[in-house]
Design a protein around this ligand. Structure first.
Ligand code: SF4
Length: 470
């Protein structure tokens, strides 16, 4: 019941040319750097002398991979996964990577995203006698590749990928190759990196940095990269590609030290704050950000408006996950366990509070209340994303439409409900402007998914009428 949209997964893969090198320690550290993308389960599959071994478990990377478990697998290539469930239940059966062993070899698949036609494909496969061990849509991908494998890896991948719809960033391990694939709209991120004697695939560039690698480039929408001992092959499997990268990655999901599709996440957040300052400045004594992603934006807002920037809210990094199902009162109390106010900073001041997004509204309401209790004279909320009014179908956990507080409430009604003195959201145009950067202008044209803000999705979605065709 967190008051934020949740990223579903992170993937990380390593391939060393030297068969005696061990990729597993690097995958472990890569997954630690992607922990923010999923905290429910973690897994690593590695290939050693043509045999794939996998270890998966429920919990954080550090909890699942004790020294003992880590010592049980090794291999010169491997893939890892961190998961937060959006499709399929939160259980060990759905933890990834998924491994399939069959007559011609074995594969392990790590998937970030959600297939919009998983039910149909699953039914077709079940009718053809294929068995499933989980409720995850990612297992559909494994079974499709396995079914087509006799045609050769490249053909099996293209046939599989042509069949599936939705969002996917894939890291696939075979007996002798590491494969990366990004859906035709590039909704979820996936990048390629290099490390001494090897290659890396990662959901975010921060994970490549963390293991001492070097970012080479992002995979293009609709691109497959096959890395084997002799070469790195790249081909585009889809004729029709249109970039529609998830705009929310920059607002909230990604780590600020990542660069996605040529746009640095930290810079985009600072620019969003500057644009908010231009679009909806208010007379105030202090601007503060809701940690962590609100802080760069608050700095940008302060710079644009001349409002002094300060730290007014402290976030406890150690609250972690909770497996109890608290009632509303306990849940609201948990917000003050997570966030506390520095009273001396805000007392007697007119405060601008910058947040990355408002989803259910519970956190914002509580923050306004504790700021006022600490003596803030006024609290003006400014939000770095447009109102979230629609669900996401592409690998992000969104509450039911009825629980999205911006769905059906005007900004004025929302402001009153949060108890704030004023409230403003960045415009859709402003958000897109924040995603422009000098390096991006040199690359292929940018394009973003804005579905949860506008209801216009890059792929037709069953039950939704909005489809941004161009
Ligand atoms: S609908 Fe929203 S959260 Fe989902 S991919 Fe699009 S921008 Fe991202």
């Amino acid at each position: 019941m967190d008051d934020k949209l949740k990223e579903a997964c992170g993937v990380f893969g390593v391939f060393f040319q030297d068969p005696e090198k061990d990729a597993v320690p690097l995958i472990y550290y890569g997954l630690l750097s992607l922990q923010h993308r999923g905290q429910e389960s973690a897994g690593i599959a590695a290939v050693y002398h043509k045999t794939i071994e996998c270890r998966r478990g429920m919990g954080l990377v550090g909890e699942v991979f004790t020294p003992d478990i880590l010592s049980q697998i090794r291999g010169s290539a491997g893939v890892g996964h961190v998961r937060y469930s959006t499709s399929g239940t939160s259980s060990i059966e759905n933890a990834q990577p998924f491994v399939s062993r069959f007559k011609l070899g074995s594969i392990a698949v790590a998937h970030n995203g959600t297939l919009t036609n998983a039910d149909v494909v699953r039914e077709l496969l079940e009718d053809a006698g294929v068995g499933f061990t989980s409720s995850s849509d990612s297992e559909v991908i494994v079974n499709l590749i396995t079914k087509n494998y006799k045609k050769g890896l490249e053909k099996a991948l293209t046939d599989t990928i042509k069949f599936i719809k939705g969002s996917y960033a894939l890291a696939v391990l075979t007996d002798d190759a590491l494969v990366g694939a990004r859906d035709p709209n590039g909704i979820r991120p996936l990048c390629l990196g290099k490390i001494n004697g090897g290659w890396i695939l990662a959901s975010e560039s921060c994970a490549i940095d963390s293991v001492g690698g070097e970012l080479v480039r992002d995979l293009e929408p609709g691109e497959v990269v096959i890395i084997n001992r002799d070469e790195v092959l790249s081909f585009t499997f889809s004729e029709k590609t249109r970039r529609a990268a998830c705009a929310f990655e920059y607002v909230y999901f990604a780590r600020p030290d990542s660069v996605i599709d040529g746009v640095d996440v930290y810079g985009a957040r600072v620019r969003a704050g500057q644009i908010l300052g231009r679009e909806s400045a208010v007379s105030a004594d202090l601007v503060i950000g809701v940690p962590d992603s609100g802080i760069p934006a608050a700095m940008g807002y302060g710079k644009a408006t001349g409002t002094p920037f300060g730290l007014g809210i402290v976030k406890s990094k150690y609250v972690g996950r909770t497996f109890i199902a608290p009632d509303q009162a306990l849940r609201e109390r948990a917000v003050s366990v997570k966030h506390n106010v520095i009273q001396s900073e805000v007392q007697g001041k007119r405060v601008v509070l910058i947040d990355d997004s408002i989803v259910r509204g519970t956190t914002s309401r509580r923050l306004v209340s504790i700021l006022k209790k600490a003596g803030a004279r006024e609290v003006h909320i400014r939000v770095c994303s447009p109102p979230v009014r629609f669900p996401c179908y592409f690998g992000i956990d969104t509450p039911h439409r009825k629980d999205l507080i911006s769905n059906g409430n005007s900004v004025g009604e929302l402001c009153a409900s949060l108890g704030a003195d004023s409230l403003a959201f960045i415009s859709v145009e402003g958000l897109l402007e924040s995603l422009e950067s000098d390096s991006r202008k040199e690359g292929p044209p940018a394009g973003y998914c804005l579905g949860c803000f506008t209801g216009e999705y890059p792929i037709p979605v069953s039950g939704e009428t909005g489809y941004a065709a161009s």
